[in-house]
Design a protein around this ligand. Structure first.
Ligand code: FMN
Length: 367
């Protein structure tokens, strides 16, 4: 059944958050049946298989944080064709998030704006669920500070450590620290001292040596990014997710009246791509070789994926693209990416052959 012709028009008639809740609950309740009949969604060639901290991945396309905030889909996400998935953000305390409406589509821009505000069931409930759950693919868990402006300074670090201590015994592959959510009163972390303290404290409690990633904001200053990347090497942070949503509203096709009506929130989808790629490049120029980059922001084609890879990302995550292109997106990205990579290898070997011919021609003309 065509998602874009049949299902999307129905979903787009609904409030965006209600549509998400519906899709999520269909996957939760019928996902196992769906998984048994949906092998067509998997990219089944070995050429894109890769590695995530020693765990083999079928492909480099992951589900970004925010889609499965409470870790209810770990058993079925593998059948949707993802190579890995990031659950969360999970916070220490359960929170309702910001008042509704708080999720908006921008169809002219293939984008979304959300100000959910880290709604979720909290670390205790999510951990209990994940201890029992079956994982159909490698899982990363994204943690954030509880959305409460009264929790600041050392209490903010303690709040994150609470969640970290809860989850680090789970069979997860990595932990992402989300210090870049624009939808809380405090907004993104802008103080590098605060981030440094957080990284130091997390590693102090990291007895299982689980790889920790930091999710950065495309809105951070170059100076902040550089200081965090340098500190991340000191504290053995395994890599970066580049990155989160933006508060910028540049160059949108959606009318300024509509944008004003929607109000605050993080913009995701196609208009975020260039900013996220710029972030990847900045991080890649400064990070250590042993640190990885997961590229994220407006990826919805093989070409987008390839652009992020040339900017330094070895793995990728998607969210908003799924709203517009539906469940075949991971497979479609893989197919196109595979063709692009094959073409580039062919071009390279042709270049080498041409170089050889050219050098022979030079030799002949010199003779
Ligand atoms: C509705 C929605 C909820 C999100 N919630 C979270 C979250 O809880 N934690 C987080 O780190 N990122 C969250 N994100 C950001 C995504 O993980 C991703 O970084 C961002 O959307 C850019 O990717 P995209 O353009 O493919 O959507 C959310 C994004 C959306 C659209």
């Amino acid at each position: 059944m065509s998602y874009q012709k049949l299902i999307r028009p129905l979903l787009f008639k609904m409030d965006p958050e209600q549509a998400h809740v519906l899709v999520h609950s269909l996957l939760k309740n019928f996902g196992k049946i769906f998984a048994k009949t949906s092998s067509g969604l998997m990219y089944d060639q070995a050429d894109l298989s890769c590695d995530l901290f020693g765990r083999p991945l079928a492909n480099p396309i992951g589900l970004a944080a925010g889609f499965d905030k409470n870790g209810e889909l770990t058993e079925v996400l593998g059948a949707l064709g993802f190579g890995f998935a990031e659950i969360g953000s999970v916070c220490a305390r359960a929170t309702n998030g910001n008042p509704k409406p708080r999720l908006f589509r921008l169809p002219e821009d293939n984008a979304a704006i959300n100000r959910l505000g880290l709604n979720g069931q909290g670390a205790d409930v999510v951990c209990e669920r994940l201890f029992e759950a079956k994982f159909s693919l490698p899982i990363g868990l994204n943690i954030a500070k509880t959305n409460d402006p009264a929790i600041t300074g050392e209490a903010a670090v303690a709040d994150m450590i609470y969640t970290f201590n809860k989850i680090r015994g789970l069979p997860i592959t990595y932990v992402t620290v989300n210090a870049s959510c624009p939808n809380t009163k405090e907004g993104i972390v802008t103080e590098s001292d605060q981030m440094r303290l957080l990284m130091q404290e997390l590693q102090k409690f990291n007895s299982t040596k689980i790889p920790i990633l930091v999710k950065l904001s495309p809105d951070s200053t170059q100076e902040f990014i550089e200081s965090i990347v340098d500190a991340a090497a000191t504290y053995k942070i395994a890599g970066f997710v580049c990155g989160n949503t933006t508060t910028a509203r540049d160059d949108l096709k959606t009318s300024s009246v509509r944008i004003k009506e929607i109000g605050m929130g993080g913009l995701s989808g196609a208009p975020l791509k260039e900013k996220a790629i710029k972030l990847c490049r900045s991080v890649n120029a400064r990070k250590k070789d042993w640190q990885i980059i997961i590229g994220c922001g407006g990826i919805s084609s093989g070409q987008d994926a390839f652009d992020f890879m040339t900017a330094g990302a070895s793995l990728l995550e998607i969210y908003t693209g799924l709203i517009y292109k539906g469940p075949t997106l991971p497979r479609d990205i893989c197919q196109e990416l595979s063709l692009i990579l094959k073409q580039k290898t062919l071009d390279k070997s042709n270049d080498k052959a041409n170089d050889k011919i050219r050098s022979k021609q030079v030799a002949y003309t010199q003779d």
